[in-house]
Structure formats: structure tokens, C-alpha cells
Design a protein around this ligand. Structure first.
Ligand SMILES: Nc1ncnc2c1ncn2[C@@H]1O[C@H](COP(=O)(O)OP(=O)(O)O)[C@@H](O)[C@H]1O
Ligand SMILES: [Mg+2]
Length: 252
């Protein structure tokens, strides 16, 4: 049975999409069958995959609004062995359309159930909000991973996220907060080192940290994973591989 992982943080620009994409690629390199789901109306993961949101025949919007089943919206991603259910801007309309429905928080979970067993991992990329789409993601998930920059404000933002997770647990008892992935870490910044110490006291935190590097933005421009763009020997690629191994150790 596939493990469903939500990549969530209520802040934007903290490497959620970068993590969803490169974690998926690392899991695939480790022999896992992976499905990525883009649940952000900004469609960054879809664009990262080199897909054009305006040209999609089917997207997660059609799945959530019951115009099709999850299997009908599956596509091949540019990375061999990884499938994606892409998003387009009309996903923001889905948010409005489903908000008045009874059981609205369970739509994604119900729709994913028939495809989950075809994969080892399902990785869901979320928008920087804790609205009805993200709650759908959390209800459909086994685990939450929160990428975060090691700054004071980001640390404070995690309080809101963990309180939302605690509320969701009453509807989805299997949901576990796997941990915070520290990203964009700069070892020369003393503020970062101080915040990391605080973070580790308050939240489960992955041993692996991803350092700041311009190569991440460049890889995204060329729709390549950090492995394909910078090579496996690049420290950032190695970090995502080590992180994926921690995820597998945790989730099985
Ligand atoms: N480790 C990193 N170092 C430097 N830049 C990064 C790193 N990880 C991601 N980025 C860049 O930061 C920006 C925001 O990342 P993104 O994954 O889109 O964040 P989010 O999905 O949380 O909004 C992107 O331009 C991305 O390429
Ligand atoms: Mg994003």
C-alpha cells in the first residue's frame, strides 16, 4: 500500500515544490514507484515538470470536482518511473466549488484510494495556505513533511502548522508529522545555527539539511531534477538522496 506524504508549510518560498520534486526523484532512484500530485493552484510542480498548465486535458481540479477519476488524470512526468497528477489555475475555483460540500475535507482521500496501491509513495505538493485544499491533502496523508528555512519567523510559522495538524489528527488518526526538513541553510549565518538549535528542541527534524545553492533555481528553469542538473556528486543532490533514505527508514 502506497504511503502518502504531504509537503506542507504555510510560508511560501521555503522549497516545498523543490522538495516534492527532488524527494520524488530520489525515491525513484532508490527503486520506489512514485506518484506526485500538484495541489497548488500556482501549478509550480506541474511547470517544474515542463508541463503547460493551460494545455492540460485533465488535472487535479477535474478529480476534486468529480469530473473524472484520479486514474484518468494521471500523466507521465519527465522523470522515468514517476507519474504526476498536474494542476492548473482553475484549482483555485475548485476551492470555492467544494467549500460548501458536505464531507469536503475527504474528497481527495476518497478519490486517491483506488490509485494508492499502484505506488510505493504518493508525494503531494501544497500551496502556502492551510485552506480546504491543504486540509484535503492532510486527511489523505499518512505523513507530513515541512521544509523550512532556518529563520526565526519560519520557526514561529511552524506553530500554526502543527496546530492545524493536531486538529486534522482527530479526523485522520494515522497522520504523523515526520519532521522538518531544513532547507536553504547557510553555515556561515549564525542566526541559522541558533534557529536550528531551537527547531531541534521543539520539532522532529531530519538529520539531513539542504544548503542554499543557486543550482536549485537553475535546475528548476531547465525542468530537471537536481540529480540530472548538477550530478549525483553535488552536495545538494546527495542531501536529497540522504533525506529520501531517512524518509524510507521512517515510513518503510
Ligand atoms: N536549497 C536551496 N537553495 C537555494 N534556493 C533554493 C533551494 N531550494 C529551493 N530554492 C529556490 O527557492 C525558490 C522557492 O522554492 P520553491 O520550491 O518554489 O518554494 P515553495 O514551493 O515553498 O514556494 C525557487 O526559486 C527554488 O529554486
Ligand atoms: Mg511551491
Amino acid at each position: 500500500m502506497g504511503k502518502v506524504i504531504s509537503i506542507v508549510n504555510n510560508k511560501g518560498g521555503v522549497a516545498k515544490t523543490t522538495t516534492a520534486f527532488n524527494l520524488s526523484c530520489a525515491l525513484s532512484r532508490l527503486g520506489k514507484r512514485v506518484l506526485m500530485i500538484d495541489l497548488d493552484p500556482q501549478s509550480s510542480l506541474t511547470i517544474y515538470c515542463g508541463l503547460e498548465p493551460l494545455e492540460l486535458k485533465k488535472s487535479i481540479y477535474d478529480v476534486l470536482t468529480n469530473h473524472c477519476e484520479a486514474k484518468d488524470a494521471l500523466m507521465n512526468s519527465p522523470i522515468e518511473g514517476i507519474d504526476i497528477i498536474p494542476a492548473s489555475i482553475d484549482l483555485s475555483a475548485a476551492e470555492v466549488e467544494i467549500v460548501g460540500k458536505i464531507g469536503r475535507e475527504f474528497i481527495l482521500s476518497d478519490k486517491l484510494a483506488p490509485v494508492v496501491e499502484g505506488y510505493d509513495y504518493i508525494v503531494i505538493d501544497n500551496s502556502p495556505s492551510l485552506g480546504v485544499l491543504t486540509v484535503n491533502s492532510l486527511i489523505a496523508s499518512d505523513y507530513v513533511i515541512s521544509p523550512s528555512e532556518p529563520t526565526y519567523l519560519a520557526l514561529r510559522g511552524l506553530e500554526i502548522l502543527t496546530s492545524t495538524i493536531n486538529q486534522v489528527v482527530s479526523f485522520n488518526g494515522k497522520l504523523k508529522f515526520m519532521g522538518v526538513l531544513i532547507t536553504m541553510y547557510d553555515p556561515r549565518t549564525s542566526h541559522h545555527a541558533e534557529v536550528i538549535e531551537e527547531l531541534k528542541k521543539s520539532y522532529p527534524t531530519f538529520k539531513t539539511m539542504v544548503k542554499r545553492s543557486i543550482r536549485f533555481s537553475d535546475s528548476c528553469l531547465s525542468s530537471q531534477s537536481i540529480f540530472d542538473y548538477a550530478g549525483d556528486s553535488f552536495a545538494g543532490a546527495q542531501a536529497y538522496l540522504d533525506f529520501a533514505k531517512e524518509v524510507i527508514d521512517y515510513a518503510g
